[in-house]
Design a protein around this ligand. Structure first.
Ligand code: SF4
Length: 170
């Protein structure tokens, strides 16, 4: 039985768990393509622009997650709200880690290109959601082989696309 208090994850693992279990497994088993992805580069540029505009502070916790502190709230900058559910869970996880350190914060998801901001609160129900995700992540990571291929709507935008679907025709 997994002990949730001992489970740690990166923010990206939380994202990947909600997006695709296979992606989570591949990224945590040293099969890395994501750094070369244009989407990741775009995210970094957006992050830098927002960073400068708001003068926020970047805080590294446990050498695991990087949190952007915008004054009294935790911000997360995304290039589009297409993955809003996983964005929200990633931010809830950050708030969860902070809460464990005795720091209570509100989160805000920033979608600068869409001029949209969503406030995120770590309620008791959200804590349970985060813990369920942490257990789920560990279960996927512990598998000895990658989860099976399932064609998902975002496969063509995924950094693992050619790895997963080599030989396939669009
Ligand atoms: S290409 Fe599709 S199946 Fe493969 S890791 Fe990415 S999202 Fe998952």
């Amino acid at each position: 039985m997994l002990n949730v208090d001992e489970l740690k994850a990166t923010g990206l693992s939380v994202q990947y768990y909600l997006v695709c279990h296979r992606k989570l497994w591949l990224s945590t088993h040293q099969i890395q393509f994501e750094q070369d992805s244009d989407r990741v580069l775009e995210g970094k540029v957006l992050h830098e622009q927002t960073y400068n505009k708001h003068g926020n502070k970047e805080v590294l916790i446990d050498n695991l997650i990087k949190i952007d502190l915008f004054g009294d709230y935790v911000g997360e900058v995304k290039s589009s709200s297409r993955m809003q559910q996983s964005d929200r869970m990633q931010l809830l996880y950050y708030l969860y880690v902070l809460k464990q350190a005795g720091i209570n914060k509100v989160g805000k998801l920033h979608y600068p290109k869409e001029k949209k901001v969503e406030e995120v609160h770590l309620t008791d129900a959200a804590v349970k959601e985060v813990e369920k995700v942490l257990i789920g992540i560990q279960v996927v990571k512990d598998k000895s082989t990658p989860p099976p291929l399932i064609k998902l709507p975002y496969c063509s935008k995924c950094a693992y696309y050619s790895f997963c679907w080599v030989g396939e025709v669009d």
